[in-house]
Design a protein around this ligand. Structure first.
Ligand SMILES: C[S@@+](CC[C@H](N)C(=O)[O-])C[C@H]1O[C@@H](n2cnc3c(N)ncnc32)[C@H](O)[C@@H]1O
Length: 860
């Protein structure tokens, strides 16, 4: 474990490139009288903390973590060196008291990009980028890399425009515009053109011209033009190398000839790989450029694993510092949201002693393996910058006009097996009779390859050398709409053969357990959980008859081990991508939850049951809640194959059942629940908790006295420490006790471990957890610290005694930060005891990327 002490004088890195939006969003917050309370995330540690004084500076000087030095004694080895502006630097004086040794940048000239390629958000460069992108929540790309066909069938004769230089990309167009809007705009400006294409959602449009004269005149007219606050940028469309050679094939669009025309159509594509002026340093494109050096090095490795160039210890330090900055928002926002007349909670007052953090960040647990750790990779199918059909990672965002795909070999988080299968699929696609999915036109067939890996034993294995991976499930995503079944069937047969041949050509032979096709015609590659799946039979090596080990897609699954338990995972069920690091995450959560035989554990967003099942032997009972039906059926199966009997898994959205489950299992007087619910302003949200549940009514009556203190406004301590909390006995899948009776078992300790998706918990779930007085401890696991902070603001801000009517002014919520929204919601939280952040710890499940899991213990 690499737990390191808290660095009070934390650095100021944001978690990922899109973090520039944090500052951006906070612009929409009302102006703050107290700069310390501002929701803006000032990047400079000299300015961020509550202790904006000399004593703070002193602590920094003493902090050995800030005294890294290279062999020459210079602190230049710090990855964060000069990546933040120094707030003590005075231009007139020419320096700050630290002189040239100051680790912060003295002026914009000295400023370096951060390891994740973002800039100090308070710097001019960051502000400039932000200004040009006001309203965009995405980071600005440094270039258009559109490698897909953009012409329609009726424009097919226009194809030569790209190859003779008569096409241009317009960048910074309103995202809501369609082609029609672009055409109207050009007409209004009196600009002549041949064709104009624009897809809603993108900030890029494509215009072609009749001849050089028309093009030149348009360039002149477009110069300096802006739409709203954005200046339109014009980028070149460079003919791809293969198009130059094949001008003779003008006239066929990709999806005109789905059966035989793919190769020709690719050659005909009006595609653009825009120079965007970056390679040659065109200053017109400065606002599109994060950094010239970055643009030149844009690659799958930089996009997918932007921290890979740093030593692992530095990556951890970087993540820890980022997390600290985000965590401080919890303190600031809870303080801001604390109702007037209510005293600030102890944890906010004490935060001054720990640099503004809501609780100690105890460190960061490192991943047991650093390379090839991902057990699941999703590879896009598209075109490389050279126009080759490629299976790998997109080099940016479609909205920004980037569709170029690059092979994954240089990404250190991808396993060797996954890379091999991507290559095999790529080879297969080159002569395929079915076309690649076109993101611009939403047509085509081949979309994505997912490689999922499983292990047959729970031993720590050398994953980096294929060792231990004994099962592989391949899921090929396609869109079958408008293609002939006979053709599809023959291509699938060829596909299965290609995978088997490729796997056998490798030494040792690559495992191949299941081959599945997922049909998804939707716009993005993210398919709904119920997207149609089809099992492909895997031919045996040497042409022998097809394997019949699995006959039905419901039997298609891989296995993995966590804490010596075997987990069966179906194709679309969530499973943490770094199994060995996940084991550490779950055991930390279990340790912090203070479990015992008298504990009732709610595993909220339980997936295949990993957390609940690995902790089941330490508690009386587990209730898991999960919305993905196949994950829930995996959870049942996993309980069964591991002989675990004290778990119940509920298939539902947590927001639909949390309240009623708490009521079902926890013995709170009806009166108390009613008091809590009626004081809230959002009665609809709370109604799930208020539903009448006959199975628990009898117990509620018996237990009325145990929580009576609450009704008098006193501490509900009796509920968990001494009071009786009852729950159903060991339950079967149905949720009924095995003997069918309503026997109940006493639990003294009720704990929730929540592990929601990136968006965090639904407000209804938060309200249900917060207003249930018997729930005293909550362990929050998050892959997105921003949503953890937002949810924790609601859980930890003291509530108002009486909610004023009419407080629900939700105008402008779209422009609010998640923290701002949480503050807003906190105002209408029913009168209930707030949680307190006790401690936090990070677990690095994603080496080489800016991401990290964060665990926070909340108690009351
Ligand atoms: C981050 S995963 C965690 C899964 C599990 N705890 C694990 O570690 O394997 C989040 C899970 O929440 C589920 N989920 C998403 N939204 C949900 C909701 N509203 N109610 C219940 N489950 C939800 C997803 O299907 C996914 O399985």
């Amino acid at each position: 474990m690499a737990a390191s002490p808290i660095n009070e004088a934390s650095s100021t890195e944001t978690l990922n490139p899109s973090d520039s939006t944090n500052g951006q969003v906070s612009i929409n917050q009302p102006p703050q009288l107290n700069p310390q309370d501002s929701d803006h995330e000032p990047s400079n540690p000299h300015r961020t903390d509550d202790t904006v004084s000399g004593s703070k500076r002193k602590r920094e000087e003493q902090d050995p973590q800030l005294q890294h030095s290279d062999l020459n004694g210079k602190p230049s080895l710090l990855p964060l060196w000069k990546t933040s502006l120094c707030s003590y630097f005075r231009r007139e004086a020419g320096s700050c008291s630290h002189g040239s040794e100051c680790r912060y940048a003295h002026g914009e000239e000295e400023l370096r990009p951060r390891p994740d390629n973002t800039w100090d958000p308070t710097s001019e460069r960051a502000k400039k980028a932000m200004k040009s992108e006001t309203g965009e929540r995405c980071s600005v790309s440094e270039g258009v890399m559109m490698t897909e066909v953009v012409v329609d069938d009726d424009d097919a004769d226009d194809t030569h425009c790209s190859s003779n230089g008569l096409s241009k990309c317009l960048v910074h167009l309103p995202r809501k515009w369609h082609s029609e809007n672009l055409r109207s705009f050009l007409n209004e400006q009196g600009i002549l053109f041949k064709h104009a294409k624009k897809k809603k959602g993108m900030m890029v449009g494509f215009v072609s011209f009749e001849d050089e004269e028309q093009l030149q005149s348009a360039m002149k007219d477009l110069e300096g033009k802006s739409i709203g606050s954005k200046n339109i940028k014009v980028a070149d469309v460079l003919p791809r190398s293969f198009e130059k050679k094949n001008n003779s094939t003008v006239g066929l669009a990709e999806d005109m000839q789905p059966v035989t025309g793919n190769a020709i159509a690719r050659e005909n594509a009006v595609t653009c790989t825009s120079s965007s002026g970056i390679a040659d340093g065109d200053s017109n494109y400065e606002s599109l450029t994060v950094d010239g050096s970055v643009s030149k090095t844009r690659s799958a490795r930089n996009v997918v694993t932007p921290l890979a160039h740093m030593a692992y210890a530095d990556q951890l330090e970087h993540k820890k510092n980022s997390l600290m900055q985000i965590l401080k928002r919890l303190t600031r926002n809870a303080r801001k949201a604390c109702p007037s007349g209510v005293s600030l909670p102890e944890w906010i007052l004490k935060s001054r002693d720990i640099g503004g953090l809501p609780c100690k960040l105890e460190g960061i647990i490192e991943s047991p393996i650093k390379n090839g750790y991902r057990n699941k990779c999703e590879f896009s199918v598209g075109y490389s910058l050279e126009g080759k059909i490629t299976v790998g990672f997109m080099l940016g965002n479609f909205r920004e006009g980037v569709t170029a795909v690059e092979e994954p070999m240089d990404c250190p988080n991808v396993s060797t097996i996954a890379c091999k299968y991507a290559s095999i699929f790529q080879e297969f696609l080159q002569p395929s009779n079915l076309p690649v999915w076109n993101r611009f036109k939403n047509t085509g067939f081949w979309r994505q390859l997912t490689v999922r890996e499983g292990r047959k034993t729970g031993k720590d294995v050398d994953v980096e050398n294929l060792g231990g991976i004994s099962e592989v499930m391949l899921i090929v995503q396609v869109s079958i709409v408008s293609f002939e079944e006979a053709l599809i069937t023959s291509e699938f047969k060829r596909l299965a053969q290609a995978f088997v041949t490729g796997a056998n050509a490798h030494s040792p032979t690559l495992p191949l357990t299941a081959l599945i096709v997922q049909n998804h015609p939707g716009i993005s590659n993210v398919a709904p959980a119920d997207a149609q799946l089809r099992l492909l039979l895997i031919p045996k090596a040497g042409g022998s008859p097809e394997s019949n080990e699995i006959n039905d897609v419901v039997d298609a699954r891989i296995h993995d081990y966590i804490s010596n338990l075997r987990f069966s995972i179906s194709p679309t069920a969530f499973f943490q991508v770094n199994t060995l690091a996940a084991e550490k995450l779950y055991s930390l959560a279990g340790d912090w939850a203070c479990l015992g035989p008298n504990t009732l554990l709610f595993d909220i967003c339980c997936g295949t049951g990993t957390i609940g099942l690995t902790l089941a032997h330490r508690v009386g009972m587990v209730i898991g809640i999960e919305m993905n039906a196949s994950a829930v059926s995996d959870a049942h199966r996993n309980a069964e194959i591991n002989g675990i009997k004290n778990c119940r898994f509920v298939c539902a959205k947590a927001e639909d059942v949390m309240g009623s489950l708490l009521k079902e299992y926890l013995n709170v007087p009806q009166k108390q629940v009613d008091i809590a619910n009626t004081s809230g302003s959002n009665e609809k949200e709370i109604s799930a908790a208020g539903q009448k549940d006959t199975s628990s009514d009898a117990i509620l009556d018996l237990e009325e006295s145990s929580c009576h203190e609450l009704e008098n406004g006193k501490s509900p301590s009796g509920c968990t420490e001494n009071g009786r909390v009852e729950a159903g006995n060991v339950l079967q899948k149905s949720g009924m006790p095995e003997n069918g009776s309503t026997l109940v078992q006493q639990f003294e300790n009720v704990v929730a471990i929540v592990d929601p998706p990136r968006a965090g918990l639904h407000p209804t779930v938060i309200k249900a957890l917060r207003t249930h007085p018997c729930l005293r401890r909550l362990v929050y696991i998050s892959c997105n610290p921003e949503s953890l902070v937002a949810n924790a603001i609601e859980l930890c801000t003291p509530s108002v005694v009486k909610i004023e009517k009419g407080i629900k002014d939700n105008r402008g919520w779209r422009n609010m930060s998640s923290a701002g929204l949480a503050r807003h919601r906190a105002k209408s939280m029913p009168n209930s005891e707030a949680f307190q952040p006790i401690k936090a710890m990070a677990v690095d499940l994603f080496p080489h990327t800016p991401h990290c899991e964060l665990v926070m213990l909340l108690e009351r």
